[in-house]
Design a protein around this ligand. Structure first.
Ligand SMILES: Nc1ncnc2c1ncn2[C@@H]1O[C@H](COP(=O)(O)OP(=O)(O)OP(=O)(O)O)[C@@H](O)[C@H]1O
Length: 226
């Protein structure tokens, strides 16, 4: 595995001159991100902070191929996503990107293990043993057969992290992953992320309003002040 700390590496993700235009009914459009340049190196743990409405979630969606920029382009390992087909973007997301959102969107009719196995099943690579290992990694090995309604908010978020890691993504994109958690649970999530990064070399990008969380990341990019 490449040493995640090696300097002068090629960024795993780059944004160049990024902007997104949102058109409001009956009003003029809003230009978000204002031509932003961003480089994320392999294996980095990066926080993205900034005032509300500056475009942090928008940026995460552009980097993860969930949305397309109106200006500029995103590069993954030096390759532009500009003009990529919907199929290509779907494959890009499935193969390389794990997403974790504030509201984890676990499937309530399935237990923790089945939720973690879902992305593997969709990719045709269901591996129950890996699913159990991932739940162990987030400290929930013993709760594998519990439904989400039987888990606390912090526990559900940990299942969501295990699920996001199911297909071994090289990049984990997280939008307010600790937004609804108390300090103890937030610290626990950060510990888990540090371990994942160390053991699997995963690049982790976290959008957060928590300055405490951001201060514990390797780098804090402040949107609106880049
Ligand atoms: N689908 C949309 N349609 C119209 N405007 C949108 C849409 N999505 C976002 N916006 C606008 O774009 C701007 C940036 O939104 P975004 O959610 O990316 O900001 P943010 O920095 O993540 O905000 P917060 O910290 O409050 O979550 C906001 O002004 C928002 O109202």
């Amino acid at each position: 595995m490449t040493d995640p700390m090696t300097p002068n590496q090629q960024p795993i993700l780059q944004g160049r001159q990024l902007a997104r235009l949102y058109h409001m009914a009956g009003q003029h459009s809003v230009r978000v991100l204002g031509g932003l340049d961003i480089d994320i190196l392999p294996g980095e743990l990066v926080a993205i902070t900034g005032k509300s409405g500056t475009g942090k979630s928008t940026l995460l969606h552009l980097l993860g191929g969930l949305d397309r920029p109106d200006e500029g382009e995103v590069f993954f390992r030096g390759e532009s996503l500009k003009g990529a087909s919907e199929n290509f973007l779907a494959r890009y997301r499935a193969e390389h990107i794990g997403f974790v959102f504030q509201f984890h969107h676990l499937l309530s009719d399935f237990n923790a293990l089945e939720n973690v196995l879902m992305p593997m099943t969709i990719a045709g690579q269901r591996d129950s043993q890996r699913g159990r290992q991932l739940l162990e990694q987030v400290g929930l090995g013993h709760r594998w057969n519990h439904y989400s309604s039987e888990l606390s908010g912090g526990e559900q978020q940990r299942v969501a992290i295990a699920r996001a890691l199911a297909n071994r993504p090289s990049v984990l994109l997280m939008d307010e992953p600790t937004g609804n958690l108390d300090e103890e649970n937030s610290a626990h999530i950060l510990d888990i992320l540090q371990t994942i990064r160390r053991e699997e070399g995963t690049t982790i990008v976290i959008v957060t309003h928590s300055l405490q969380l951001a201060s514990q990341c390797e780098r804090n990019l402040v949107i609106g002040a880049l």
